[in-house]
Design a protein around this ligand. Structure first.
Ligand code: F6R
Length: 268
């Protein structure tokens, strides 16, 4: 596991976008797993900037999104379909047929879930999966539970997640209580994973799951610790408790190419 700590959320976006750009430049038809939520927004902005500057080409990139709310139509401003098109896809040269999103308005979610995993498999798996993390340790919408699902599935949302995400809806009652999400197996089968976390509200979960060095279904993100190629990027606010527990101080980094990075280390 590689841990990268930067000062600010803006710098994190820049590093995360650089990471993704480099993967695409190495493999132009990269299969890219994507996340929604607040955290990746600035990373998408940065990638759009790189595209506009001619530094990256999305024409062959294939994408698979992590999740979608059940019951929201594509046209709904709170659907992840809308989020992805509005914030990213409409601003780059990705081909519509290479975009894969889960349909929150499906008539048969079981079939949809099966087809999604099959399609990922037929595309030879996800090369790079971008992830955010919920304050309760969820990834995708794999919520803390007594058991965790492996494949794409429909799930109920926990109280904590409903509260976390209700800010996007007029009120909590109008918020979908279920979502369809890639399972932890779908996520863990990705060849590389990049988890990004910013802001003080993520400090506790980041310290908890990185320090525990054990796997627990009550912290779904802990399964990531088993992954062979995991990079975690945090801004200083998200990393603060983790650094404190590890009794680490911040190093200044003079490498100009990576001047945003104030601390970088590998750990097992
Ligand atoms: C979204 C997703 C979620 C978010 C998580 C963090 O596709 O899969 O796991 O990454 O809820 O959300 P933000 O970034 O809004 O804090």
């Amino acid at each position: 596991m590689e841990v990268i700590i930067v000062n600010t959320a803006l710098e994190l976006a820049s590093e995360a976008a650089k990471f993704i750009k480099n993967e695409i430049n190495t493999k132009p038809n990269l299969v890219l797993g994507l996340a929604t939520g607040d955290t990746p927004l600035m990373t998408y902005d940065k990638l759009v900037e790189f595209y506009q500057a001619g530094l990256v080409d999305f024409s062959k990139v294939r994408t698979f999104n992590l999740d979608e709310y059940v019951g929201l139509h594509k046209s709904d401003l709170n659907s992840y379909y809308y989020y992805m098109h509005h914030n990213f896809f409409d601003k780059i040269n990705i081909q519509e047929e290479n975009i894969h999103l889960l349909d929150g308005f499906s008539e048969d979610f079981n079939q949809l879930a099966k087809n999604y995993d099959k399609l990922i498999y037929e595309n030879k798996g996800i090369d790079l999966q971008l992830l955010g993390i919920g304050i309760n340790g969820h990834i995708g919408f794999n919520e803390p539970d007594v058991k965790l699902e492996i494949n794409t599935h429909v799930t109920g949302l926990t109280e904590e997640t409903l509260n976390q995400n209700s800010k996007f809806f007029p009120n909590i009652e109008q918020m979908p209580k279920q979502a369809i999400t890639m399972g932890l197996g779908t996520i863990m089968r990705a060849k590389k994973i990049l988890l990004i976390a910013t802001g003080a509200r993520k400090a506790e979960i980041m310290a908890r799951f990185l320090e525990d060095s054990s796997i627990s279904t009550s912290t779904p993100a802990s399964t990531l610790l088993l992954h062979q190629n995991l990079t975690i990027m945090m801004d200083l606010e998200a990393a603060r408790l983790y650094l404190k527990e590890k009794k680490m101080t911040i190093n200044e980094n003079n490498n100009q190419e990576y001047k945003n990075i104030i601390r970088r280390f590998s750990t097992i």
